[in-house]
Ligand binder design. Structure first.
Ligand code: ASP
Length: 327
């Protein structure tokens, strides 16, 4: 009998673990799936932003979040949801990503994007691409089909073309609004897009796509394609997508910092996000924000600007969108 005692103990322990797992899964507050997106953050003055324009943005944001929500509701993966939601925003001239990408100092569009899978820890990114219609798909191709994490410029474009990612002429990215802001040399800094999703399998994926900053130097790379700065995902902590003044987000390793605070200090995603955005970045005069969610489907949208284009939803919450603080 004595020799079976360890076996019995293991058996008892595993039954107990199973009971606890089921308890966790059936916690009433935890949604089956959740999704959150951003379309950039900035210090926009509400009185200079017409209601029609705000409605136009919110309509697009809601279209994007609905596409991701339907995928998740039907049992699709968070990767599929993130890619589809970001495509809607990349194909719209409203956001600084894909179609609406801003112009650099030479009047060219150079785009960056990244993706990270919170289950496997795999990641993919592209930077400085000029002919890829949906840079988020190129980032996914790098993650899934290459042994690397980050490809830049022509190498990234050639790789994408060989992996069925749509290539387009640079004229696709011409929008009058961005050209005007380039011509006026305005510092139209914000408008990046991002998405973080939790699927029914409990997997978190985060993705970000951007045209960078207006008038940036050719070859400049921001935080958006840098894993840990603009994008991060780990099923054990959270998924994060950032938007804002990229140089500060790189120096502060923002997306990973939120995850690290959760992991090493045991803080909630909201506490970690508030600290990084409102204390740490604000004290450096760094503007921007983040969206994210944890493994329990808790969503955060934290920004230190007047506005962040954002939308969210889950199996327990109908989709909604907002622009200004307090909306
Ligand atoms: N973070 C982006 C960059 O620095 C820009 C933005 O989010 O608006 O490239």
């Amino acid at each position: 009998m004595k020799k079976y005692l360890p076996l019995l103990l293991i058996l008892l322990w595993s039954c107990q673990a199973e009971v606890e797992d089921t308890k966790e899964q059936s916690t009433p507050e935890k949604p089956e799936w959740a999704i959150v997106i951003h379309g950039g953050a900035g210090n926009i003055q509400q009185n200079g932003f017409s209601q029609e324009r705000q409605a136009e943005y919110q309509q697009k944001l809601e279209e994007a979040i609905k596409v991701g929500s339907v995928i998740l509701e039907n049992g699709g993966t968070s990767l599929e949801a993130v890619e589809a939601s970001i495509h809607i925003m990349e194909n719209s001239p409203l956001f600084n990503a894909g179609k609406g990408a801003v112009f650099n100092a030479l009047g060219q569009n150079e785009m960056d994007a990244s993706i990270m899978d919170g289950e496997s820890g795999k990641a993919g990114a592209v930077a400085g691409v000029r002919h890829i219609k949906n840079p988020i798909s190129a980032a996914i191709a790098v993650m899934e089909k290459s042994p690397h994490v980050l490809l830049i410029g022509e190498g990234a474009e050639e790789f994408s073309a060989n992996n069925e990612v749509e290539i387009t002429d640079t004229s696709w990215f011409y929008t009058e609004r961005r050209w005007k802001s380039y011509e006026k040399m305005k510092q139209d800094k914000h408008g990046t897009v991002g998405c973080v999703a939790l699927d029914k399998q409990g997997n978190i994926v985060a993705g970000t796509s951007t045209g960078g900053m207006t008038m940036k130097m050719p070859g400049r790379v921001g935080d958006s394609p840098i894993i840990g700065a603009g994008t991060y995902a780990d099923n054990h902590t959270c998924g994060i997508s950032a938007t804002g003044h990229g140089e500060f987000f790189i120096r502060n390793v923002v997306a990973y910092d939120v995850a690290a605070i959760m992991k090493y200090q045991g803080k909630s995603i909201q506490n970690a996000a508030t600290y990084v955005i409102q204390d740490k970045l604000k004290s450096q005069n760094a503007s921007g924000g983040i969206i994210g969610l944890d493994g329990q489907g808790n969503i955060i949208m934290e920004f230190n600007t007047t506005a962040m284009f954002r939308a969210w939803g889950s199996s327990k919450q109908p989709v909604a969108s907002a622009v200004f603080k307090g909306d």
